[in-house]
Design a protein around this ligand. Sequence first.
Ligand code: PBG
Length: 326
Amino acid sequence: MRIRPRRNRQSRVIRNMAQENRLSVQQLVMPLFLSPGEDVREEISSLPGNYRLSLDNILFEIEACVKLGVESFILFPAIPESKKDKTGTYSYSEENFYLSSIRAIKMNLPDICLISDVALDPYSSDGHDGLVENGKILNDETLPILGKMSVAQAEAGIDIIGPSDMMDGRVAAIRDALDKNGYKETGILSYTAKYASAFYGPFRDALDSAPKAGDKKSYQMNPANKMEALREGQLDYEEGADMMMVKPALNYLDVIHLMKESFDIPIAAYHVSGECAMLLAACQKGWLEYEKAMPETLESINRAGADIILTYFAKDYARMRKAGKI
Ligand code: PBG
């Protein structure tokens, strides 16, 4: 035997030197759930260690993450049922606490990157990402609302708009609305290949945003499809997306790989709530070791080709890095 792959694995230093991919804390985005009110800190039962936080506590949380090196955040609002309606008017209302919180966060911490969520579901009494009429999701009628929501968020100071709704043509509609209102610098991270997945459960618990009727299969993608991600990618690319996302991550590593090979803009992967919950549950039972299984999971998403990873483990990963454990 002249060729022995084990030679490159024989010591820690050689293994590190020969390592192919290195996940950096700078690639990680920490999702946060924002509640109205003060001093709110409610744990999400299906996602232990994650909380619905009011603005005061979110500021503390962001500061703690920044100290560990996590500087990018995606913010989701938990809208009280009383503010929801058929057309999601609260999403761009002057009174919206999500918008005032974005303003306050960026005022206090101007250097962080803050990513928004654009979709109707947190604001919709139907719990769908688009307008609903007679059980059908209206595509084109939804677009102007997404545009208004995006402009309101840009006005509040958001760095990157994150359309998660999967309506056709929304990246173009949002880009046009932003540009028309003078927000040429505001970026768009499009949820390009977002699948109709069973792994969003804890997130919907956190925001109480599950659809009241039906499912999301007429707009989110069929989990069996891969080429369709390229079609969605082509459209988002041409419509002016700055970054494109695959979501969820773990069950879709092949799609992440394909997107990375096919496009020359940054590819993000959303390691979603159910994927994190699954790992946490196994660790709580003592069936997996968190400090080994969690980094391996994030590294696999990075290896598949994700430049950016949205994960509820961002803070913990950064903490382990800082402690020299990984
Ligand atoms: C909805 C949205 C969802 C997530 C992010 N934005 C859920 C859904 O489509 O129902 C899920 C994220 C997660 O599960 O962590 N606009």
